[in-house]
Structures are given as C-alpha cells and as structure tokens.
Ligand binder design. Sequence first.
Ligand code: SF4
Length: 228
Amino acid sequence: MDDRGRIRKILNLLYKAYGKPRPLKLSDPVDELIRTVLSQNTNDRNSLGAFAILKKSFRSWEGLVKTDTARVARLIRHAGLANIKARRIKGVLKEIEKRETKITLAPLKKMEVAEAVQYLRTLKGVGPKTAACVLLFSFGKAVMPVDTHIFRVTKRLGLIRNNIDIETAHETLTGLVPKDLIYGFHLGIIEHGRRTCRARNPTCGVCILYSLCKFRRKVQSAKRKTKT
Ligand code: SF4
C-alpha cells in the first residue's frame, strides 16, 4: 500500500474511533494569526484565555498597535513568554498595516498557496505552523499545520522521516495528504496524539493504528532481538 492509501486507511480508523470533525468554519485570519502566536509553548486554555482578554481590551487591532508593548504583555501574561509574544504580535500587525494600509489579511484569499505562505512567512516571527493555521482555518487552503502531536505521530507512523526538521515536515505532509483530507487528518492525528500515541508511553497495545505503524514494528523487532 502506498502512503496515500495508508493515509486514507488511517483517517477512516481515526474517524471511527473519534468521530468525524465538524465542518470547517472559517475564522477571521488576523484573529487566527494572533491566536496562533499566543499558543506557542503553552496550552489551549492559557492561550485562548489571553486571546479573549485582548479581544475584550481592544475595539480594533489598530488599537493594539498603538498601545504600549508592556501593557499588551501584561494583558497576555497567562499565555507565557508575554514580552516576546507582545512584541511579536505588535510587529506583525504593524507590518500588515504597512503593506495593506489597514490591518487585514483578506488579500490572501485570492493568492495561490505558495504565494500566501510566502506573504505570511515574511512577517517577522511567523513560522510554518502559524502560516499554515491561518491558511487552513481562515481560508480553507490545503496546507497542513504540524504541531508537536502531528510531528511525533506521523514520524512514528513512518509518514515522514525520523530526522526531518519541522519546516520540511510541513512541506512533506502538505504534499502527501490529499487536499480534501488535510483538515480531518490534522484534527484526527492531534486527537490520537493526545489520547493514545502520547510522547511518553504510547499505548500501542490498544492502538487502532497498530497494524499500520512502523514505530510499533520496530519496538517489536527490538524486543525480539533482545530475547534471542
Ligand atoms: S502503535 Fe504505538 S506508536 Fe504507533 S501510532 Fe499507535 S500508539 Fe503510536
């Protein structure tokens, strides 16, 4: 079976186990960008809490740009790395305002994926995951955001190389997963990484992807070697 066939099989099993995700409801792209910056190195509860405070504190993102960085940092302190994130958010918003004369990412809608990725990646502090989140969740473009769960689980499944870097993992998985399955695959693998294929002690014995997993096979053969 080729990789695309395995991906379809994996996704069917994930849907059976965790259910099909709700249809994608497109988010505002600038909101998505800020939410993703806030989510770096913290959990959803902290980053979403910080985002809600920002939304409540400013009637427009132009207002945030005019605000002292120290105040922005105080508002988002629950998300951690507050000074860095405050500087990053202000910098990114300022740059968008400079390019578009107002804070909007609407022009991305008409761009091809590669051009849209390039647009976002040339904003200081925007990495491959942030760019992919904005393009997938706000425009429905076929780009795979690779978070820590997806990076780990797809390596174990043998869909990407073990020694791959995160940048290349984005490109490889975006090219490998059929366009119409990217959203479902993204959510399903994250769920699997949280519930079963955890970083420490993955519960391979009860894993629905057991027969499709290369890491599991390696564990088995390593055990066999030590026994003989
Ligand atoms: S068999 Fe183990 S390593 Fe492979 S996907 Fe399942 S839990 Fe993860």
